[in-house]
Design a protein around this ligand. Structure first.
Ligand code: SF4
Length: 384
């Protein structure tokens, strides 16, 4: 029997697909060369934007068309990934060619992965997210944040190092809050950081960024232990969120040459009003302070970000604030997305999608040209 996995979306999906492949092989399946020649076809979907869902639908329609014109038997189609947030019943109605829905975390962390790259490995260290940014479907599709036990992560990395792997990327939706979700549940009463401007009533439950940590953040401990493993030369991690980027983490990056110098730090908007509507939990000033610290302490750091243009009610003044932040932050790269409402999210429920597609595209182009097309910010600078 053969399987084939078609993967859409982010590195977490690629990593999940490696473990789904491991699960198939453990059951005696062999990978098919193409989706046209398989018995079982897994479509690992992304739902982060409307366009990502359209790509998966387009692919599934092509599969149906291909087999309608052939004598070959259509493979069993298994859908997984972030589109599973629609729920099985709705998916079967929306996509009648789907035979089975595989819940996103069904194949767990500890299933051995089938990797194609012999040097670099993706290592999932947490799943889910507790942050509930209002535009984002992840907390609904991947569920609450859950950290993988340290011993399991270290065992996997040691094993990889023993077989010649030299580079690893630690993956999580909020990778730098690894090990903190229990703190979030148990220590709600801990003092909030005094320079936050939000009141307690504004807090979504369980965000570790509002809590004072005692001792070293668990993610820093994990980085230290991994960097002691012989053979591992480069450690990357993604995606970091600004609210869990503790000072101790900056110090560790500065001191630890095994940690890669590219840091991806999504900001999403430069307007405090929009950040608040997005439930991002920081202001532009807090974000700028953070990257200044990074640039001062980690001299060769390279910083990238994610931005959304056309979020509901984003005015020209809000957008100008984002352009201004881009000039101040001097990111070397930015993934700029045009907002699209994701059914089920708070933004979809609460805010009308009132920026026209043409205007979103215009704003997208301005930021893309400024950050990605120009060479203005290619060299890291210290912002003072
Ligand atoms: S931190 Fe926000 S944007 Fe990132 S996965 Fe969680 S909810 Fe989505």
């Amino acid at each position: 029997m053969h399987y084939f996995i078609k993967t859409f979306g982010c590195q977490s999906n690629s990593s999940d697909s490696e473990r789904i492949a491991g699960d198939f092989q453990a059951r005696g399946y062999t990978e098919a060369k193409t989706w046209q020649q398989t018995d079982e076809l897994v479509v690992n979907t992304c739902a982060v934007r409307e366009r990502a869902e359209q790509r998966a639908r387009g692919f599934l329609n092509n599969v149906v068309k291909y087999f309608a014109g052939h004598e070959l038997k259509r493979p069993k189609v298994i859908l997984t990934g972030c589109m599973t947030h629609h729920g099985q019943d709705r998916l079967f109605k929306m996509l009648p060619m789907v035979d089975e829905v595989l819940p996103i975390n069904e194949v767990g962390f500890n299933q051995a992965a089938v990797r194609k790259d012999p040097r670099h490995a993706w290592i999932p260290i947490s799943v889910g997210c507790n942050s509930f940014c209002t535009f984002c479907i992840v907390p609904y599709s991947r569920g609450r944040e859950k950290s993988r036990p340290m011993a399991d992560i270290l065992a996997e990395v040691k094993n990889l190092a023993g077989t010649g792997y030299t580079e690893i990327t630690l993956l999580g939706m909020n990778v730098n809050s690894w090990g903190l979700e229990k703190v979030g549940i148990g220590f709600r009463k801990l003092l909030m950081n005094p320079d936050r401007q939000f009141t307690r009533g504004d807090l979504p439950p369980n965000q570790s960024q509002y809590l004072k940590l005692q001792g070293l953040p668990p993610f820093v401990k994990l980085l230290r232990l991994i960097s002691r493993i012989d053979g591992i030369q480069t450690i990357r991690f993604m995606t970091s969120n600004p609210w869990d980027f503790h000072d101790e983490l900056i110090a560790e990056i500065a001191a630890n040459p095994k940690i890669d110098r590219y840091i991806h730090l999504p900001v999403q908007s430069g307007s405090d009003r929009i950040l608040k509507l997005m439930n991002r939990g920081y202001t532009r000033a807090v974000y700028l302070r953070l990257i200044r610290k990074l640039r001062v302490q980690v001299k060769d750091v390279v910083i990238g970000t994610d931005l959304i243009v056309g979020f509901p009610s984003e005015t020209l003044a809000d957008f100008a604030a984002t352009v201004d932040l881009a000039k101040q932050a001097q990111w070397q790269v930015a993934f700029v997305a045009q907002y699209s409402p994701r059914p089920g999210t708070a933004a979809w429920r609460l805010y009308p999608d009132d920026v026209s597609p043409q205007e979103k595209k215009r704003r997208w182009r301005i930021l893309d040209d400024l950050i990605n097309k120009s060479n203005l910010y290619r060299r890291p600078k210290i912002v003072s």
